[in-house]
Design a protein around this ligand. Structure first.
Ligand SMILES: *Cc1c(COP(=O)(O)O)cnc(C)c1O
Length: 435
């Protein structure tokens, strides 16, 4: 399935043939890390300035691109190419804006054991690999890229698994990294088997960019191994429709035929995909390949990403162009991952324009304004969490026993809280002093 450009590139590797190109380990081994190889493989010449800048940037943020992903660059208009912009270092990465942070999402702080982030009540993020096939220039974990490019050892992963084992509230485990699919089949099988032994873990998710940058990694052997561990959800990371090549579509097909629900997490990137038409084409292509757009991320405040950030309004504009205009399952949830570790916060255009005690006024995607008459006879069921006395029928052996937190708590009938007050609120401290 090699195109002409890929065949030409392959000629640059002495003694290599198609079977090498299609072997993911060969692709990794021949990752392009320096500027000479980059020029040679693409048959281009970079300006002296670009070459010089390259040396400066890669000392801080190294480069690595698989020959396959490199072959997607359109050299006729290279500097505007979305694949080039995601993979080739830019001098702008050295601009540190005032808002930049090393670890904006506080992943290291919400980490009870090394390599595990426990942020939400019922799910945990386990970093199982430090390696990536390609170093995305927009990586949110840029702070870790290239340093100790090694796999967390069994002992560290086991500590994460032990933590999950003794925390029964965790029912969903996300494997990320790095890229979990850069681990060998056997090693990943071991991790999935250990997690599978934990009764309260109901689902496992894997976040991987290999279908985009190293589709050769999706082998029949990998799929056979993964099938033992269903229900397993796989999330990938396509940012531009150009990334859905014949090779990556084949990889996606193998995964969907394997019975894994597929999702996609894109990052909104200035100069790459901050355009409604590009996004619409992307989500349509994803869905045509059985991949459900899951999240569209606002670009994080990690160091060196300022040139990729867009205003939040750009994301809202994109959602406005999708909601109603295309299939509901084509529309990702647009989120800002809260700096300081507050988690993902969804952001949407407003559809609720006004309301009275028995009517709401809404607008649709076409701009049509409409009203919805609410029921006059709705009888509120007062909930005191005593299901025995309630007419509604929960009747589940394993019904969730947790109490409400956050805004949900303010809305709950059985909870008498009337406000949520930030810790250290001065007005409240004054009250305490007066008492
Ligand atoms: C994104 C994320 C999750 C999963 O969040 P979902 O909204 O369930 O997809 C879990 N833990 C951490 C630390 C995350 O960043």
């Amino acid at each position: 399935m090699l195109n002409d450009k890929q065949k030409e590139m392959l000629n640059e590797f002495e003694g290599a043939d198609k079977s090498h190109w299609n072997d993911w380990r060969w692709q990794i081994k021949h990752c392009v890390r320096d500027v000479d190889d980059f020029e040679k493989l693409l048959d281009i010449k970079l300006s002296a300035t670009m070459r010089k800048e390259f040396q400066g940037i890669t000392k801080v943020f190294p480069m690595a691109v698989t020959p396959y992903y490199l072959s997607l660059i359109n050299t006729d208009d290279m500097e505007n190419d979305p694949v080039f912009r995601q993979s080739f270092p830019s001098i702008k990465e050295l601009i540190i804006s005032k808002a930049d942070m090393d670890d904006p999402l506080h992943e290291d702080e919400d980490s009870p054991v090394d390599g595990l982030t426990h942020r939400y009540p019922d799910r945990a993020l386990l970093l199982v690999s430090n390696r990536c096939a390609m170093y995305c220039r927009h990586c949110t974990r840029k702070r870790m890229v290239g340093d100790a490019d090694s796999i967390p050892d069994r002992e560290q992963i086991m500590k994460g698994i032990e933590y999950i084992k003794k925390t029964p509230r965790i029912r969903d485990v996300l494997l990320s990294g790095g890229d979990p699919f850069l681990l060998s089949d056997d090693y990943l099988d071991w991790i999935l088997t250990e997690l599978g032994k934990i009764d309260h873990v109901e689902v496992i998710r894997i976040g991987t960019r290999t279908p985009v940058v190293l589709p050769q990694r999706i082998t029949p052997e990998l799929v056979t191994m993964l099938k033992k561990h269903r229900p397993l959800w796989i999330n990938t990371h396509f940012n531009h429709p150009r990334e859905l090549t014949a090779t990556s579509r084949k990889a996606l097909k193998m995964l969907s035929d394997g019975g894994f629900p597929l999702g996609n997490q894109s990052v909104l990137l200035a100069g790459v995909n901050d355009c409604s038409r590009i996004m619409r084409s992307l989500v349509h292509k994803l869905v045509a390949n059985c991949v459900r757009p899951y999240y569209l991320y606002q670009c994080d405040l990690s160091r060196g990403l300022s040139h990729f950030r867009t205003p939040v309004g750009k994301g809202i504009e994109i959602l406005e162009s999708l909601i109603g205009h295309t299939s509901g399952f084509c529309v990702p949830t647009y989120v800002i991952d809260a700096p300081g570790g507050g988690g993902k916060i969804p952001v949407m255009p407003n559809y609720l324009i006004s309301w009275s005690t028995n009517k709401v006024v809404l607008r649709n995607y076409e701009g049509v304004i409409t009203s919805y008459k609410e029921p006059d006879s709705y009888e509120q069921t007062f909930c005191d969490r005593d299901c025995e006395k309630c007419d509604l029928f929960l009747s589940l052996e394993d019904a969730d026993e947790r109490r409400s937190v956050g805004i949900e708590k303010l809305l709950a009938d059985y909870d008498r809280s009337i406000s949520l007050v930030p810790e250290g609120n001065l007005r409240h401290s004054r009250r305490d002093e007066e008492e």
